[in-house]
Design a protein around this ligand. Structure first.
Ligand code: M6R
Length: 366
């Protein structure tokens, strides 16, 4: 049932090219130049009249929400706030009738997310679900939604759920951008084409398996790790750190790269591996300066770079190359080697990768 893989987690990591495709199939219609999502199309007025979009989720799903914040605001210029469902539900939040709430959950059973949805509904908001499990409690509690088509995710550490959530949320952002006219038609068509190429690129990103395994051998005994990224890849840094913590029990933290000098830089020495997500887009030059700052304090750099990169390659101790992509879509690629790195480190440390200690696949109690 593990399809020849040693663990469900690895199988699920490798399924990503096909499940991303399954998730946009029938929705991303490149030839017609449109995105069709009945849950959004049928409620388009609600989305277009929304003064803001509130995203509620936990764990990895919350990280997908953060990526969505960057993408939705950039594409459709609707203000987005992302909240931990557990905080939202207990802090007497301001919810308006013209808010759209998007709840993200792989299992569709997370207690805090479910409670946040109920609260939002009581206050008259329109609630849209992004779930993976068909017929789950959250999919039933929400007014409308769109399923991710990741298939069953058995590994406790979420992998393919994350990338399919980002896929759905990117489709929503594009659909809204088109409806609002916040993106030029040529950019819109370019994104549709680019999105269709993502599964192939994820396949290529999976070729980093060998290099991540070699890097894992070197750093498997680390006690701490720092993950840095900026912009669209800041949430990927958070997710990379979560993945390492939960399956290898190594303490890890994700940070926006520029925040390093506001504290975490004090931790840097020759024992501190720093994983830097540095694709050749957006804030590349600034990330290069951050890398220099780490190197001058003897930190060890593992950098995720775009194929053909030369600048970071000169500075970093190790580089992991991913294919070129438009900036907003890079999280779908940069995530892959980070999943593999955590996986290999956990295996080398003899950890129970699919069922890490103290964790449950779905957290149905608060
Ligand atoms: O089923 P959900 O997406 O609602 O679950 C949320 C979190 O419990 C989940 O993402 C958790 O953080 C994973 N173990 C992360 O790998």
């Amino acid at each position: 049932e593990k399809g020849g893989y040693d663990h469900f987690m690895l199988k699920e990591i490798y399924e990503q090219p096909s499940v991303i495709k399954d998730t946009y199939r029938g929705r991303l219609l490149v030839n017609d130049g449109i995105i069709k999502m009945s849950g959004v199309d049928d409620n388009l007025e609600k989305f277009l009249n929304a003064k803001r979009i509130l995203i509620v989720a936990c764990g990895t799903s919350w990280h997908a929400g953060l990526v969505a914040e960057y993408i939705i605001e950039e594409f459709s210029r609707i203000p987005v706030e992302v909240e931990y469902a557990s905080e939202f539900r207990y802090r007497n939040p301001i919810i308006n009738k013209d808010d759209v709430v998007i709840a993200i959950s792989q299992s569709g059973e997370t207690a805090d997310t479910l409670a946040a949805i109920k609260l939002a509904k009581e206050n008259g908001a329109f609630v849209f679900g992004v779930c993976n499990v068909v017929g789950s409690s959250i999919s039933r509690e929400t007014h409308a939604g769109a399923y991710t088509h990741a298939g069953p995710e058995i590994g406790v550490a979420s992998t393919k759920a994350f990338t399919t959530q980002i896929t759905i949320l990117t489709l929503i952002a594009l659909r809204l951008a088109k409806a609002k006219g916040t993106m030029s038609n040529s950019d819109y068509q370019r994104y549709l084409l680019e999105l269709e190429l993502i599964p192939e690129k994820v396949q290529e990103a999976l070729l980093t398996n060998d290099v991540t395994k070699q890097i894992a051998e070197i750093y498997k005994d680390a006690t701490n790790c720092l993950y840095l990224g900026r912009g669209y890849n800041f949430p990927v840094a958070l997710e990379g750190a979560l993945k390492l913590k939960e399956i290898s029990y190594i303490h890890a933290e994700g940070y926006p790269a520029a925040e390093m000098k506001h504290g975490p830089i004090a931790l840097i020495d020759e024992h501190m591996p720093v994983i830097v997500i540095a694709p050749n887009k957006g804030h590349y030059d600034k990330v290069v300066s951050n890398i220099q700052e780490i190197k001058s304090r003897s930190g060890k750099i593992i950098a995720v770079v775009t194929k053909g990169d030369t600048q970071v390659k000169e500075l970093a101790d190790h580089v992991i190359e991913i294919p070129e992509a438009t900036e907003a879509l890079t999280p779908l690629l940069t995530t892959i080697p980070l999943q593999l790195l955590s996986y290999h480190i956990a295996v080398l440390r003899g950890c129970n990768v699919d069922q890490p200690r103290n964790l449950a696949k779905s957290v149905t109690v608060e």
